[in-house]
Design a protein. Structure first.
Length: 461
């Protein structure tokens, strides 16, 4: 009995479902069988069911194996086809490389000197582009840059029409450089407002509108009135050119096409020069102005005094409206007295008149001496400021040092400009007054001599 149970358990294990498969409906357990025969029948049924499940599982495995084998064969066929295609493409690529090298060699042989011509044309076109962009002729013909730019950027040989167009462009630039032309254009004033106006182009050198010089923006091509114009003589030339209708007209030409004009407008004017001198410069200018007024006033006074003295020389009666008349009046009042006393009285009268004629000459002399000293003081102060800036910012910017030295030297220039005229004016005023004093002394000496001759004649009689 025990042996039979052992066989039954073994049969159940062998007939059990495979892992991962659904378990079939289980028969009733062996312990529930009523007899050994029923148990045997039950074991047989389970064995047959297990065999059937095993056969189905094996069949599924075989079908999956066949499917994998079929897929492997298809992938192998595709791989072989792609390898054949890759080999074909590699061969074609190598053939194309060989053909391309052969074609390039044939192209170089056929091109020959045209390759050098292409390089020369591109270089000339590039130079022409830079020249035409900055040319003032382009202000009148703004659309002429397209052809040159296309040739400068081309990657193939230029055509005969392109070469002729480049030739015409260069010839046109040469011809327009010698023409004075009027044309209408949009003009921008310093405030930013744009208006249409008539522009005069002097070759490729200057642009003038309404007596003012214009500049052209190379980037946008806009014409702008210079916010700061050059000196008045150049503006006068521009106005004469604008008003001229025929005949030659004198006109300033900038051969550098704007560089000289830019340097001219950057040069400081008289007001800016005075500002560079600072308080010392203003003091020197004020001193010079006051000295000039004093000198002119004294010259006018001395000329009037000289006219009155010369009129007194022609008159026999003393007139007290002039220095000589007042001296004659003193002579008439004391001519009966002692000769020595009369001489002293006349000397006293001359000493009273001389300071009046020589008044304010000392101030002119002081101004003429102090002006250059103030200029030297301003220069020293300016150099100190310049060296302080060099200490702070270094010598990397030469303009900083040059500007500081220029501002320092302007006071010396102002001092000399003021001192030289004051010295000359002082000399003129001093000479005029000295001449009048000499007339007074001469006439006084004559009066004394006449009185002495009269007394000696009376004594002889």
């Amino acid at each position: 009995m025990n042996r039979l149970l052992g066989l039954t358990g073994l049969a159940i294990i062998l007939a059990g479902p495979a892992a991962g498969q659904e378990e079939p409906q289980q028969a009733a357990p062996a312990e529930q069988a009523d007899s050994v025969l029923e148990l045997l029948e039950l074991v047989r049924l389970e064995a047959r069911e297990g065999s059937r499940l095993n056969r189905e599982r094996v069949e599924r495995f075989r079908r999956a194996l066949d499917e994998r084998q079929r897929m492997l064969e298809e992938v192998s066929r595709d791989l072989a086809a792609e390898e054949r295609r890759s080999t074909t493409l590699n061969n074609r690529y190598e053939q194309n490389e060989s053909d391309l090298a052969e074609l390039e060699e044939r192209l170089q042989i056929r091109v020959g000197n045209f390759g050098e011509l292409f390089g020369v044309v591109r270089d000339v076109a590039g130079d022409t582009v830079s020249q035409v962009v900055t040319s003032l002729v382009s202000a009148q013909y703004p659309d002429r840059l397209d052809l040159v730019r296309e040739m400068a950027e081309a990657k193939e040989l230029p055509s005969l029409e392109d070469l002729r167009g480049l030739q015409l462009m260069l010839l046109e630039e040469m011809a327009q450089s010698g023409q004075v032309v009027r044309f209408d254009a949009e003009i921008t004033d310093p405030s930013g407002q744009t208006s249409a106006g008539n522009v005069i182009r002097v070759g490729a050198f200057n642009l003038v509108h309404d007596g003012k010089f214009l500049t052209r923006d190379d980037g946008t091509g806009a014409l702008q009135i210079l916010p700061r114009q050059p000196a008045g003589r150049y503006l006068s030339m521009a106005e004469d050119l604008g008003e001229a209708t025929s005949g030659p007209v004198e006109m300033a030409v900038d051969p550098t096409r704007g560089q000289l004009l830019g340097m001219l407008i950057q040069a400081p004017d008289l007001g800016e020069r005075l500002q560079q001198g600072g308080y010392v410069g203003y003091t020197i200018v004020g001193m010079g102005f006051i000295g000039l007024l004093i000198a002119l006033w004294r010259l006018v006074v001395l000329q009037g005094a000289g006219r009155r003295i010369r009129a007194q020389l022609k008159s026999s009666s003393a007139n007290r409206n002039n220095a000589l008349g007042r001296i004659l009046a003193v002579y008439e009042e004391h001519q009966t007295g002692n000769l020595d006393a009369l001489a002293l009285k006349l000397d006293e009268a001359i000493m009273r008149e001389a300071p009046i004629l020589e008044r304010y000459q000392g101030i002119l002399k002081v101004f003429a001496a102090v002006a250059p000293l103030l200029g030297l003081l301003g220069t020293v102060v300016g150099m100190i400021i310049t060296f302080q800036q060099l200490t702070l910012f270094g010598t990397g910017d030469p303009k900083l040092m040059a500007g500081g030295i220029s501002q320092a030297l302007i006071t010396t220039v102002l001092g000399l400009i003021v001192a030289i005229p004051l010295v000359l004016l002082h000399s003129v005023v001093s000479s005029s007054s000295q001449g009048l004093v000499e007339i007074l002394e001469e006439q006084s000496a004559g009066l004394i001599a006449r009185r002495a001759e009269g007394e000696s004649g009376v004594a002889d009689a």
